[in-house]
Design a protein around this ligand. Structure first.
Ligand code: HEC
Ligand code: HEC
Length: 354
């Protein structure tokens, strides 16, 4: 048994036993998804898995960024040099996002990534489609082709489980195997190990200050970070999966970093749709586990929760928005919150940690 295989096996054993104590067992498909999610062999030099940038202990966001949110805001790729152009969001609670489409109010809703570019139309599931991005992304896992990824899975110690779940011919067709890899990962991301709903907000027993924070969130934030359960979720997801331009300033850390894939300006949804009416809009992120996922916003401009909540409250004193078009000046930027209100909100946000 080589070292990688041994460590993967060890890691699985630990996960299985802790999960067994806390919650019902995963299905075979979810279990397979977990093997894939933590498999570094899905990257070219075997240096990173999904969990590298979406780690269990960091709200399923990038630990390197969370540990150093003032200076390190985008993820490093498998080649050890290239960096992404956007901050890694949590991979948890994304599974409820519907296929990107115009909703009843004519607003774009759903899809995956900050700009919605994995729409979900191809596989009928945005989350599964998203999982097909990183392995082939040159600034992420950097694999050469679909066939290369499928070969790695076929050679993996968990290949028998793949055959058990998808049938004995499951590796015969690369395209089908590739789609099944994505579906298994998405199934796992939706499981109770990642999308847990076990925060103190879910379990009840908020302190008086957290309760005040929740009331303020309901009054000032819920239009975008919804506080009612929706999309078939058992509890609030703190997002409508819609898109808004709240006026985040350009982040010089990314702008001036030659290793970063970032290009100025980042138009978000408008860039993907090639529609200027959507320029500057980014997907409203969930607030679940947000205390663990610094830095904040699509470009990681805000190192702390207090800074991003203060920015939502008032844009006075902050640099100009990166994209001035389509700025929401009604719901954000003039909330009239006091310092005490902001503190109460931030304290409440900590109660959203699973
Ligand atoms: C090198 C770091 C890195 C790796 C490895 C990585 N991701 Fe990501 N992930 C990111 C970044 C950065 C984004 C945001 C990119 C964007 O929006 O343009 C992202 C976005 C996502 C999202 C979208 C969440 C949302 O709300 O839109 C999901 C889900 C996700 N990743 C899951 C995965 C899975 C599954 C894997 C493994 C197959 C993976 N990631 C591998 C960095 C990474
Ligand atoms: C008009 C819709 C809207 C309202 C109202 C709103 N937000 Fe946001 N919020 C967003 C959008 C959009 C983003 C992402 C912006 C970006 O990255 O460019 C965001 C980002 C955030 C983030 C960063 C999360 C992350 O993972 O990076 C936090 C925290 C947050 N909002 C908290 C709040 C709080 C607290 C309130 C109420 C006081 C609030 N928001 C009100 C739309 C809104």
């Amino acid at each position: 048994m080589n070292k990688t295989v041994f460590l993967t096996a060890l890691c699985s054993v630990t996960l299985v036993s802790s999960a067994a104590l806390a919650a019902p067992a995963l299905t075979d498909m979810q279990n397979l998804g977990r093997h894939l999610y933590v498999d570094k062999d899905l990257s070219l030099k075997s240096t990173q898995s999904c969990a590298t940038c979406h780690h269990y202990n960091y709200g399923f966001a990038d630990p390197t960024n969370s540990r150093d949110p003032y200076f390190t805001v985008v993820s490093l790729g498998d080649d050890g040099v290239s960096k992404g152009g956007r901050n890694a969001p949590t991979s948890a609670y994304a599974g409820y996002s519907p296929i990107l489409s115009l909703d009843a109010d004519g607003a774009w809703q759903g899809g995956m990534f900050w700009d919605g570019r994995k729409t979900g139309e191809t596989l009928g599931d945005p989350l599964a489609e998203q999982a097909q991005g990183p392995p082939l992304n040159p600034v992420e896992m950097n694999m050469g082709s679909i066939a290369d990824v499928v070969d790695r899975v076929e050679a993996a110690p968990y290949a028998p489980l793949f055959l058990k779940v998808f049938g004995k011919n499951a590796f015969d067709n690369d395209e089908l195997a590739w789609n099944n890899i994505a579906r298994a990962i998405a199934d796992y991301e939706r499981s109770h190990e990642i999308t847990a709903f076990t925060s103190r907000y879910d379990k009840g027993g908020l302190t008086a200050q957290e309760g005040r924070g929740l009331d303020l969130v309901k009054a000032n934030c819920s239009k975008c970070h919804a506080t009612e359960a929706d999309f078939g979720a058992p509890a609030a997801l703190f997002t409508t999966y819609r898109y808004e331009n709240i006026g985040v300033p350009v982040n010089d850390l990314v702008l001036n970093d030659e290793a970063s894939a970032y290009t100025y300006p980042d138009n978000g949804l408008g860039g993907f749709l090639n529609n200027p009416d959507e320029n500057g809009k980014f997907k409203i992120p969930t607030l679940r586990n947000v205390a663990l996922t610094a830095p904040y916003s699509h470009n990681g401009y805000f190192p702390t929760l207090t800074s991003i909540v203060s920015f939502h409250n008032s844009r006075e004193g902050w640099p100009e928005p990166e994209v001035a078009e389509n700025l929401n000046i009604v719901d954000v930027g003039n909330m009239g919150l006091s310092d005490q209100d902001i503190e109460d909100i931030v304290v409440f946000l900590h109660a959203l940690t699973d």
